[in-house]
Design a binder for this molecule. Sequence first.
Ligand code: SAM
Length: 263
Amino acid sequence: MTPPDAPTDTSTGTARGGRRSFAEVFAALSDVQGWMTQAQAERLWAAASRLGAGARIVEIGSYHGRSAIVLSSASVPGVEVYAIDPHGGNDRGPQQIHGEFAEGQADHETFMANLAREGVRERVTHIRKPSQDATDDVPGLLEVVYIDGAHRYEPARADIVRWGRKVAPGGTLLIHDSFSSIGVTLALLTTLVFGAKFRYVGRSGTMTEYRREDVRGPAYLSSVLRQLAQLPYFARNVFFKVLIVLGLRRVTRLLGHGGEWPY
Ligand SMILES: C[S@@+](CC[C@H](N)C(=O)[O-])C[C@H]1O[C@@H](n2cnc3c(N)ncnc32)[C@H](O)[C@@H]1O
């Protein structure tokens, strides 16, 4: 599936085959609102750029388009990129579970405008539905699934179970706000942490990466233990969030945290 000229990492900073480099794309995202660090964007870029024409990527939770722009810019023409987001105004981001439809509609318009501005509007098929209702809209197995939709326990778990099932053998599953959001972390603990169908690869901040393969024996033990080893990081993130909610950002800075909501 990997074409010979596909970029395999983000370190060269040069465009190949007339496509934009990671550095160019990431710089263009500076005024696209969202919660994705450079290291996380590099992880998405690496996953998408490994694919050859005919492969499929699904993103759950698009907001204003940061991750959709990275995934579609990294992948070669012929890779299908689906972005699923109802843009309904709910579950938009940190501390934004409830919202108005008007906010979602504004997000939708901003998303479309950002894709057009970055030249990837035609590369991305947007499915304006909740992810739970969209499993039949994307046919076949998927090479990359990126989950960054509703972070409450039930929908986060449903995304991992229903969309995880569609990841092709050897394919990649990425999940944002892992070991940070309580809902997402509980969903991980009840699905992937002790499961034997995905191997834990690692994380960039709160973005975890898993490989779809049957995991047995020492590899299984290693995968479980490496995930459990993230629980202190989870406790730290929850601690900083509690301080921020209590209006104590200054204290988080004194403790060496930047005062930002952890992501
Ligand atoms: C944290 S934002 C996604 C950020 C985006 N990945 C980025 O890189 O900027 C969460 C998004 O999930 C969307 N969302 C909420 N509920 C959803 C659901 N059931 N299915 C899919 N997306 C959902 C929200 O509309 C919101 O745009």
